[in-house]
Design a protein around this ligand. Structure first.
Ligand SMILES: [Zn+2]
Length: 505
């Protein structure tokens, strides 16, 4: 058996190597952030080559033989390592085994097919013609099936793709969740739709000053406890969160003069992602325990703030007066009750990113059924837009006028992100379950939110979720926090109570 000192020395070598790789990845992230926020257009080509060089170097360092041997040796003998150090090693070893399953030839070929698909999608979307994307999508799906075979799976090829974004997630588990969504939520959404509008809400489309909106957004982030000494906010076309380390997390928002709600919800949403990143432990920079555990859990952190907090009556009890004072011309005659109903309107729509918190899951349900069908071969690519349109009719009662507002609306498929969409639904289902638990653990939670005090919730999320990084999988985290695995009933109970009251069912 090797002496303890030896393992510690090797472990420190491993940490140093991982952190150097992270330095490159963070530099790449900063270049991406800059391209979205600041960079002049003429620099785009050079910028792409700068990013490519850094990415290739990071890949080289990640797959270097010495690092592989070091991780292997530590994995074989974890003597003298603490529980968390051992967790880092196990996770790094698992990542490495997975990366080795895809040959360099496969990765190169895949990236060529992906580029062709991305270009075809842009053209097809502009022309509103799915046919211009079908061949490239078909080639991409063949590659994805190949990828699933290389990675390996037990029951369903889609499992191999899901696992990349949500470790341990399978078709068998998702079928149960989406069956619940189909059985319960489709009917509930329909019931709400038949009630019509909860209130007249055109006051939300008036002209809201851009600078005032910006000031409001900063205030809301600060109220959540977003640390501006370890982060910043800027504007971009599509809001996003980019983390360089737990001490430098950037969020962006978009301001439209006639859509103040978009700014508010994107600020709170990205703020939730930002708090997760700021809440990871800086000492684990570059190591698995310093990284978010899954996309589903990441999305649970944005959704819990955006929906369970940001669309709640209590939140606006705390913040409506301020909003009214900032925008007197638009809101002076509006009561808190009316505002609350207006921001919680339920209405089917064609576009996923504009959906309310109930219809959102129907958009994801459709994408899940289609992805599964494409990967297992039960749906042919050539029929995809027809099947898409039929499902929108069946589940939401709406007619898709053209494929730009239908099957071509999201960028994900053109970038080969199959298995990604389900994490959006998982995020808000986890959020509902976590929030229900937070209410049990923190009996004054709702009163605190109504007073604008969001500190205890942020600390609760940090202690239960953020600080662990990848130490626990989504499922393990959920069981540790709530005593059971993901359970759709929490979400259903939440929306039934909330919207039952708003729509007076
Ligand atoms: Zn998000």
């Amino acid at each position: 058996m090797k002496p303890t000192k030896n393992s510690q020395e090797q472990y420190q070598k491993y940490v140093l190597a991982m952190q150097k790789i992270q330095d490159l990845n963070s530099a790449t992230a900063l270049l991406h952030w800059d391209a979205e926020v600041n960079a002049p257009t003429k620099g785009a080509a050079r910028r792409a080559s700068q990013i490519a060089t850094l990415t290739a170097t990071a890949h080289e360092w990640t797959t270097a033989k010495e690092l592989d041997e070091l991780i292997h040796a530590l994995y074989e003998s974890k003597n003298g390592l603490s529980e968390n150090e051992a967790a880092n090693i196990t996770l790094s070893w698992e990542h490495l085994q997975k990366a080795k399953k895809l040959s360099t030839d496969f990765v190169t070929q895949f990236s060529t097919i992906k580029s062709a698909a991305s270009n075809a999608w842009v053209k097809a979307r502009k022309a509103k013609d799915f046919g211009l994307f079908a061949n490239e999508l078909e080639a991409l799906i063949e590659q994805l099936k190949q990828k699933a075979r290389l990675i390996g799976y037990e029951a369903h090829p889609y499992d191999a793709l899901l696992d990349e974004y949500e470790k341990g997630m399978t078709v068998a588990k998702l079928d149960v969740l989406f069956e619940d969504i189909q059985q319960q939520l489709v009917a509930f959404a329909k019931q709400l739709r038949t009630k019509g509008k909860a209130t007249e809400n055109t006051f939300l489309d008036k002209d809201y000053d851009e600078d005032e909106q910006w000031k409001l957004g900063l205030f809301l982030l600060e109220q959540m406890g977003y640390d501006f000494e370890a982060g910043r906010q800027d504007k971009s076309v599509h809001p996003f969160t980019m983390s360089l380390s737990a001490t430098d997390v950037r969020v962006t928002t978009r301001i439209l003069r006639d859509k103040p709600l978009e700014m508010i919800s994107s600020c709170i949403h990205e703020g939730g992602h930002g708090l997760y990143e700021q809440g990871l432990k800086d000492e684990y920079y570059g190591l698995p325990m310093g990284m978010a555990t899954s996309l589903g859990i990441h999305e649970s952190q944005s959704r819990i703030w955006e929906n369970n907090v940001g669309l709640s009556h209590e939140y606006w009890q705390a913040n409506f007066l301020r909003l009214q004072q900032q925008f007197p011309a638009q809101l002076q005659d509006i009561t808190l009750e009316r505002f609350y109903k207006a921001i919680n309107q339920v209405k089917p729509n064609l576009i996923r990113i504009q959906a309310d918190e109930i219809h959102y899951h129907l958009h994801i349900l459709i994408r899940y059924q289609l992805e599964k069908g494409l990967i297992e071969g039960s749906i042919a690519v050539k029929d995809l837009d027809t099947v898409w349109n039929k499902l929108y009719q069946d589940y939401m009662g709406i007619t898709v006028p053209d494929s730009a507002q239908g099957v071509l609306q999201d960028i994900h498929w053109s970038e080969a992100l199959f298995g990604y969409f389900p994490t959006y639904s998982l995020g808000s289902l986890y959020a509902a379950q976590f929030f229900a638990q937070a209410e049990k653990d923190l009996p004054n939670l709702k009163q605190e939110i109504a007073q604008g005090n969001l500190t205890t919730l942020r600390i609760w999320l940090n202690e239960n979720i953020h600080q662990y990084g990848q130490k626990y999988t989504s499922e393990e985290l959920c069981k540790r926090i709530t005593g059971e695995g993901l359970n759709f009933e929490y979400f259903m109970k939440y929306v039934k109570e909330k919207y039952g009251a708003i729509y007076e069912l």
